[in-house]
Each structure stands twice: as structure tokens, then as C-alpha cells.
Design a protein around this ligand. Structure first.
Ligand SMILES: [Mn+2]
Length: 609
């Protein structure tokens, strides 16, 4: 495992430190927290204040988005005349929530609208001609795409031929030389001529801006905050950076989830066991409990159920739909487990695979909806790019996940003749090919990756944000760190490195799998940077007790690396508040990794008293 500092000292480093010193002084923040603000691109006290205190005022005026006026005026006309319209969405969390947001706004304002969410396996991603033609035959005169459509050139022509007007709203990157489809309006902050300040709204975020404009212009602006809950869920699930406007959306949206009225959302929180009164879920809980259940629908092909769940008025029906999602999620987990086991078994049994710089693993009849997750597991576990492929007769479908520093789509692009179709980006790809070509693909990718990934790069990396000594882990630091929440993409939860920390007593194993280390708080008596009195729970007694560091599922590490009391360790950790009902309130560390301090370094780092 390699430990790397995020935002490694570079040309910008000196400038960043200067900004950090300024912010630390102006806002009375610990310097290490100010450094994190600077690393997130914040350069003034004003920006820092906005970051630390997200508010509705951080939402940009929707009209700043290119195409917004034309789109909204056309939608207002359609609403006023009750023209039938169709929202064309996508099957993932972002696409279904975008659909729900726009549908809800249009209906609140008295309009009538239907929706189409594609079937993942039968239709795949993107807009299809037959859906547009069917809508036209049903009398639809206006189609609005959400979270899709930025490359729907053929669909746009079909719509025009069928006499249907098209509004495209999307957030996916615009290819510079391709232009955009011909439509009444194209809304996407990533268009080069769009001056909209927040470039990383998700699809639901862009749909929300349309809803915001419609509601504001209709004098119903007070309804806007209630939409932020589901925009927040989509923003987290779509893994866009939680910075700028997205940070405000997520902070306010999560707050809003404390109090939920929507019957579908209520039922969903219940099956996720997140309905405990008054508590706002964290980004992690949204990402690992709410989003997977919603995505299970798309993976198992009932994405339209998610739209129904969020638009249904009847609590009983909502409960039924939410419980069904929960069941689908369990089925998805089982399927994933089964395939993961088969995949790992193959790796264990094949020296060739274990030695491969890029792991290409193949099976028969694996569910296409979960092979991507399995590929992610393999890539994470073995620290190298992994492709998981399922054969269905003569055809093979695959999904791949990469590691930092290896561009997987570029790798596929060196062998385009092997694929029927493929796409993706640096970190993830999807493809279809003739089954007979899999062996050749394995060989080609292995050679390609082998030439690019040296020994060191194949080692998994853990990143950290800065170095601390144990005596700097104080309630004041914890309070300042909390101001950086909500954590997520683009704003990761801070991880720290501490070197040469002394173990107090023997390591303890909990429930046979977890590890608990007790770390000495002070390297030498009285060397504390901060007086003990700043910590109500950390009187002299707490000091003597040291600081608990928990290593979830790390007990097995002691077999390879036995540790004993008095030894010095280097630790990578997050800081957490212990919420145990009896011992709660104090701070504890959660380990990302640990290792014995190299002998020489220990002598330098820890002048033992
Ligand atoms: Mn999306």
C-alpha cells in the first residue's frame, strides 16, 4: 500500500499555503483545515464563508444557463395550453430523479406530462427513434430530455421529421468537434458557450434549474427548497463534485431529509432504515444505502418504478414500491456476491491472471447489471485495471474499472477492431464484442498495461490530506473539520497521517475481526500545542487513557505484522466522534492503514520522554 499526500507540493503549493495562512487567521481555523479549504480552490475569506455556510443564496439564477429562456418559454406555453409532453429520462438515479423533478414541477403548474425511462438491457442508454415516433403518434408535440440527449443527433432529426419539438437538457461532456443536436433549446452547462458558473451539476441538477425557473416565474418560488432533497440524492449518486452550487444543493437537501412528506421518499427512507426521527442522513448513507436501492431498479429493469415511487400520492402503493426496490436490491447483492465469488475463484486458480497487469475475467450468463460492480471490486482488491465479461452465446458484454493513473478508455481504443461497440472514460468502460475475441483482448490489454504500469503503480494507493501529531487531535479541530461537511466527490473526508505514535498497551481484537489500538496522545509531557482544558472530555484522565484507533476488519493484519505495546506506528486515519451511548462524546480515530514506524524514523520522530 502506498501512502500519497493529496495535492502534493507543486507549483501551486506555495500560493495555497499563503491563502491557507490568511484563511486560518481571518476565520480562526486550525491551519490544517484552512489548507484543505485552499486545496478545494477557495482563495478568499468570502468564498470560505460561503463554503462553510451553504445557503439558498448559493443557487445561481437559472437564466444564466444557455438555452434556459427559450426552454422555459416553450414549456410555459405547453403548460398553459395543456399540450401533452414527454420527458425522456435515463434509468439510473440521476436520470430517474431528473424525470421526477421536471414532471413534478410541470404538474404543479397545471401541465400534463408523461415520461419514458429506457429499459437498461433492451434499449440501453440514449434516445431512440421508435420512442419518439410512438410519442408523436400519440399526439406529443414537445419532448424534453433529461440526463441524456447531448449526442442524440439522429433522435433530434427524427423528432423534427415527426413534427415534435425537442428540448435537450443534459450534463454529459460535449464533444468539441461534434456540436450539439438540432433542437429548440439545448441546456448543458458544459457547452463551451454556456456561461453558467457551476459546470458540474448532475442531470437532475440541470432539470432542477429548469424547474426552478418555471416555479420562480410562476410565483411559486417557495416550493423550490422541497426539490433539493431529491436533487441532493441524485447529485451524490451521480458522483459529481460536491463543490460550488452542488455543495449547497447537497447540504440543504440532506438537511431537508430530516423532514419528509413525499410518500415515496418516506417509504424509501424506511426500507433503508434511515427514517429515525429528525436525523439527516450523511452523504455516505445516501451513496451506500439509498442510491443502491434506486439503482437496483435500473439494473434489474424496472427503473420506471422509481419514477412512480417518487410521484405516487398513495402511501400504501409507495410502501409496496419501496419494499420491491429493497427486494431487488437484495437480489442484486446476491447476484453480485455470486459473481464476485466466481471471479475471485478464477483469479485464485490462475497464476496467469494474478500476474496480469490488466485482469480480464470471463464467465457465462452473469447478469450484465452487476458486472461493473464486480470489476470495481477486483480493481480495488488487486490494485490494477479489471474487466469482467459475460458471454451470452456468440456475444460477450463487458464492464471495466481502472485504477488512478491508467486511462482505461484509451487502452480500449488501441484495439477498436475487437469490439462491436464500446464507450466510457478513464476510470470505467462498457463494451460488447464477439465472444471469440475475448482471448485476443486479454492478450492485447495485458501487453498494453504491462508496458505502462510499473511495479509501484500496481500497488494500491491511499491518499491523505496532511500530517498531524496526536496532541493536535482536539475537539476544536474536530469542530472545524465538521464545517467541511458534507463530504463526497471533490470534497473527500479528510484523512491524516501521524508518524511515530507510541502504542499504549497491547493491540486488542474485537469480535475476532476488528482491531483497536490505543495511541499515546503526547509524544512528551507538556508538548501539547493546545491546552488540555480545551477538551471537556480530555482532562488528565483522558490524556492518560490515550486515543482509541479502530481498524475495521483489520485484525488479520496482526498475523503478518504483529505489534506490541510501546512500539511506534505510523497511522493513516479519519477523526470521528464516538457515538456509543455509554462512552459517547469523545473523539476516536478510524484507521485507513497502519505500519510499524521504520526504526530510524522512530528515533527521529519520537523523542520519548
Ligand atoms: Mn447523470
Amino acid at each position: 500500500m502506498r501512502w500519497l499526500r493529496r495535492a502534493e507540493a507543486d507549483a501551486k503549493g506555495a500560493k495555497r499555503r499563503e491563502i491557507a495562512r490568511l484563511l486560518a487567521a481571518a476565520l480562526e481555523l486550525p491551519e490544517i483545515v484552512a489548507e484543505m479549504l485552499a486545496a478545494r480552490g477557495i482563495s478568499s475569506v468570502d468564498e470560505a464563508n460561503r463554503f462553510l455556510h451553504p445557503s439558498l443564496g448559493d443557487l445561481h439564477p437559472p437564466m444564466e444557463m444557455l438555452g434556459m429562456r427559450a426552454a422555459v418559454e416553450r414549456l410555459e406555453r405547453a403548460i398553459a395550453q395543456r399540450e401533452p409532453m414527454l420527458i425522456y429520462g435515463d434509468y439510473d438515479v440521476d436520470g430517474t430523479m431528473a424525470t421526477v423533478i421536471l414532471k413534478t414541477a410541470v404538474e404543479l403548474l397545471g401541465g400534463a406530462c408523461d415520461f419514458h425511462v429506457p429499459h437498461r438491457l433492451l434499449e440501453g442508454y440514449g434516445m431512440r427513434d421508435e420512442v419518439i415516433e410512438r410519442a408523436a403518434a400519440d399526439g406529443v408535440k414537445l419532448i424534453i430530455s433529461v440526463d441524456t440527449g447531448i449526442r442524440a443527433f439522429a433522435a433530434a432529426e427524427t423528432a423534427e421529421r415527426a413534427g415534435v419539438e425537442l428540448i435537450v437538457t443534459d450534463h454529459h461532456l460535449v464533444a468539441p468537434d461534434e456540436g450539439v443536436p438540432k433542437a429548440l433549446a439545448v441546456l448543458n452547462p458544459n457547452q463551451s458557450d454556456c456561461g453558467y458558473p457551476c459546470k458540474y451539476l448532475c442531470g437532475a441538477g440541470v432539470a432542477f434549474k429548469v424547474a426552478q425557473a418555471l416555479l420562480e416565474r410562476a410565483g411559486r418560488g417557495r416550493l423550490i427548497p422541497s426539490f433539493l432533497k431529491i436533487v441532493a440524492i441524485a447529485t451524490i449518486a451521480d458522483a459529481v463534485p460536491l463543490l460550488g452550487e452542488n455543495r449547497a444543493i447537497v447540504a440543504l437537501g440532506l438537511e431537508g431529509l430530516r423532514q419528509v412528506k413525499n410518500p415515496g421518499l418516506k417509504a424509501l427512507l424506511k426500507v433503508c432504515e434511515l427514517d429515525s426521527a429528525g436525523r439527516a442522513p450523511s452523504t455516505t448513507e445516501v451513496a451506500f444505502r439509498i442510491a443502491p436501492r434506486m439503482n437496483a431498479a435500473g439494473r434489474m429493469d424496472v427503473a420506471k418504478d422509481v419514477v412512480e415511487l417518487f410521484t405516487v400520492k398513495d402511501a400504501e402503493r409507495a410502501r409496496e414500491l419501496a419494499e420491491n426496490l429493497d427486494r431487488l436490491n437484495s437480489a442484486r447483492q446476491q447476484e453480485e456476491q455470486r459473481i464476485s465469488e466466481a471471479v475471485l475463484k478464477q483469479v485464485e486458480e490462475s497464476a496467469e491472471l494474478r500476474g496480469a497487469a490488466c485482469m480480464v475475467i470471463e464467465g457465462e450468463g452473469w447478469h450484465r447489471g452487476v458486472i461493473g460492480i464486480c470489476a470495481a471490486r477486483v480493481a480495488e482488491r488487486f490494485g490494477r485495471p479489471a474487466l469482467v465479461i459475460t458471454r451470452e452465446g456468440d456475444e460477450a458484454h463487458g464492464s471495466g474499472r481502472s485504477i488512478p493513473g491508467f486511462h482505461l478508455l484509451n487502452a480500449l481504443e488501441t484495439a477498436p477492431e475487437l469490439f462491436l461497440r464500446y464507450g466510457g472514460h478513464a476510470a470505467a468502460v462498457g463494451f460488447a464484442m464477439r465472444a471469440e475475441n475475448v482471448a485476443l483482448l486479454r492478450q492485447r490489454l495485458n501487453e498494453y498495461a504491462g508496458a505502462r504500469l510499473a511495479g509501484e503503480e500496481l500497488q494500491p494507493v491511499l491518499e491523505f490530506d496532511g500530517e498531524l501529531t496526536m496532541d493536535q487531535v482536539t475537539p476544536r479541530l474536530w469542530e472545524s473539520l465538521r464545517g467541511l461537511q458534507p463530504f463526497g466527490m471533490g470534497n473527500p473526508e479528510p484523512v491524516f497521517l501521524a508518524r511515530g505514535v507510541t502504542l499504549m498497551g497491547e493491540p486488542r481484537v474485537m469480535k475476532e475481526k476488528h482491531l483497536k489500538l490505543k495511541l499515546r496522545r503526547y509524544a512528551s509531557a507538556g508538548a501539547g500545542a493546545e491546552p488540555v482544558t480545551s477538551a471537556p472530555a480530555a482532562g488528565a484522565g483522558a490524556l492518560a487513557r490515550g486515543l482509541d484507533a479502530l481498524g475495521w476488519r483489520m485484525a488479520h493484519r496482526l498475523e503478518a505484522e504483529p505489534l506490541s505495546g510501546g512500539e511506534a506506528v505510523d497511522v493513516l486515519f479519519r477523526i470521528e466522534q464516538n457515538t456509543h451511548k455509554d462512552f459517547g462524546g469523545g473523539l476516536q480515530l478510524v484507521l485507513s492503514d497502519f505500519r510499524r514506524t521504520a526504526a530510524q524514523a522512530a528515533a527521529v520522530m519520537v523523542p520519548l520522554s
